[in-house]
Design a protein around this ligand. Structure first.
Ligand code: MN
Length: 248
């Protein structure tokens, strides 16, 4: 198998190193990842400035490049500039959950979506906590890809979230739907050395009242969450109602 690996935490992040290590024994890996952290950049692309693609030696025996752009730029360049033809695009392993509405902000998920847009099966993998539990994520990733061989959708991606707990405490894998994850954002007002104000966004997820079947509920209960996602954002529930209203 041929894998294209990318992420949004940047090519020097620990998560991508674990991801490369976990796939390397199973086939050919090509890495094209952002030169710096690009978390929270969503599906942004770079169109008004040039992109540099630099060959780097980061992972022994693995062809690797860094791009001074977004995760989506990386996938586009890998598939359309380098012409790489992977069997699977894998984005991650992100340090931090990508649950519910996070997927709309996430560069990790956007990179996987871009793979699908370009015609390749893709998955996004996130660890919902500390880097010390990356081995839990790689173990389940290997099981999902190589043992269970989950069917890879052609019209969407799989969004995988792994609880940050020891391997022996994982209770299983659950197919889930996206939940809603709202943040209590804080904007801390500070002053620069010239006395001009600036703001720094922080915050944490609001208390969630998870329902069974929703991604964050699965993770909170010790399950690896696998959510099939497609990028058709049409509100089908409203479609007919809207037409009826227009006809009247
Ligand atoms: Mn990230």
């Amino acid at each position: 198998m041929k894998f294209l690996v990318t992420n949004d935490d940047g090519i020097d992040a620990s998560g991508i190193k674990y991801l490369v290590d976990s796939l390397q024994d199973y086939g050919e890996v090509c890495v094209v990842a952002p030169s710096q952290e690009r978390s929270g950049t969503g599906h942004a692309i770079t169109t008004h400035q040039p992109l540099r693609l630099t060959k780097v030696e980061r992972f022994p025996g693995v062809e690797s490049y860094m791009v001074d752009g977004t995760p989506t730029d990386c996938v586009k360049m890998a598939l359309q500039a380098l012409g790489y033809q992977p069997d699977l695009v894998v984005s991650g392993i992100n340090l931090g959950a990508n649950l519910g509405t996070d997927v709309l902000y996430s560069g990790t998920v956007a990179a996987a979506i871009e793979g699908v847009i370009c015609g390749f099966p893709a998955m996004a993998v996130s660890l919902c906590g500390e880097a010390s539990f990356l081995p839990t994520a790689t173990e389940y990733l290997q099981r999902i890809i190589f043992e269970v061989r989950l069917p890879m959708p052609r019209d969407g991606l799989l969004n995988i979230n792994v609880p940050a707990i020891p391997l022996n405490e994982i209770r299983g894998v659950q197919a889930t739907r996206l939940g809603v994850r709202v943040y209590n954002n804080t904007f801390e007002k500070r002053f620069d050395p010239r006395g001009l104000p600036y703001y720094w966004m922080g915050g944490s997820p609001a208390n969630l009242h998870g329902q069974e079947g929703v991604d964050h509920f699965a993770v909170e209960n010790g399950y690896v969450s696998v959510t099939p996602i497609h990028f058709d954002l049409t509100n089908y529930g409203l479609l007919n109602e809207l037409q009826t209203y227009l006809d009247d």
